[in-house]
Ligand binder design. Structure first.
Ligand code: AMP
Ligand code: MN
Ligand code: MN
Ligand code: MN
Length: 276
């Protein structure tokens, strides 16, 4: 029997809505055998997830999704199978979380100037974990009736050119890859089809990533279309990269992203999990 892998998921440690233990139990119920917990810029949920997974005969891959600024784009790099105790990784992630706290206050100030009061406080109240992200602001603004759903609230308030947008100042690509390597992990470009880049620019990113020691592309993602699986599988092959698969699950309130429902990698892909 082949194992079910899901190598990209979030808990309340970052912007997911389930605690690490709740996430593990839901994944186990859905038949997932190997789950990577990849919270944004933080590894503090891994211990709870691993403990819960032992009870369910499931394996946790300790992971993280690192925010990176590259040529004017925000890019997400997954570190899979990292040692969550590694001091170099922890120090790097701490700097990103410090920046996130500053950015959250700044988002709150900017929304305040547009007449939206207490957004910082509201987002912090919804963020019960280690960091405050845009999704916490989005949930608060929907609760307050500023938009009908999360998609609309991003479009109206939280993306470039909109009142609550703060241009990210994240890690450099080589820094993020250095932290992952120091922690013994494998670097994978998350949801590569979601960056609004031309094909040429995306291939430049993949080439640089590969030169710096990056290992894989997330070919199958909860946010990719079927066509995109095949395009990304082609890029992985061209650059000699491994392929990964992850739902990017943030919680059961997004029924279109389901745990345990990922399709197989396209033929010819070399799965990243064979190399852990
Ligand atoms: P941040 O890293 O705090 O800037 O927030 C990025 C997160 O916001 C992503 O990981 C998603 O969870 C969420 N997000 C970004 N854009 C959208 C969108 N258009 N609709 C829904 N969620 C989004
Ligand atoms: Mn997120
Ligand atoms: Mn992401
Ligand atoms: Mn993610």
């Amino acid at each position: 029997m082949s194992l079910k892998y899901d190598l990209h998921s979030h808990s309340t440690v970052s912007d997911g809505t389930l605690t690490p233990a709740q996430l593990v139990n839901l994944a186990a119920d859905a038949g997932v055998n190997v789950l990577a917990l990849t919270d944004h810029d933080n590894v503090s949920g891994v211990a709870e997830a691993s403990a819960a997974a032992e009870e369910r005969d499931m394996r946790i891959v300790p992971g993280v999704e690192i925010s990176v600024s590259w040529n004017g784009h925000t890019v997400h790099i997954l570190g899979l199978n990292v040692d969550p105790e590694n001091p170099i990784l922890r120090q790097g992630l701490q700097a990103l979380c410090d920046y996130r706290h500053w950015r959250a206050r700044e988002i709150g100030r900017r929304l305040g100037r547009k007449g939206i009061g207490n957004a910082y406080e509201g987002a912090c109240e919804l963020a019960t974990g280690a960091l405050v992200g845009r999704l916490h602001f989005a949930r608060f603004l929907v609760q307050q009736g500023y938009a009908k759903d999360i998609k609309e609230v991003f479009r109206k308030f939280l993306v470039a050119g909109k009142p609550g947008y703060v241009c990210g100042d994240w890690a450099a690509l080589d820094e993020a890859l250095g932290w992952i390597e120091a922690a013994g992990g494998m670097a994978v470009i998350a949801h590569p089809a979601r960056y609004n880049m031309t094909r040429g620019k995306l291939r430049r990113l993949i080439g640089e990533f590969r030169e710096l020691g990056g290992r894989g592309l997330e070919v199958v993602s909860g946010s990719h279309s079927k066509d995109e699986y095949f395009t990304m599988a082609r890029h992985a092959k061209d650059f000699g990269l491994l392929s990964s698969a992850g739902s990017d699950f943030h919680g059961p309130e997004n029924p279109w992203v389901n745990l345990g429902k990922l399709p197989e990698l396209p033929p010819g892909c070399d799965p990243v999990w064979k190399h852990f």
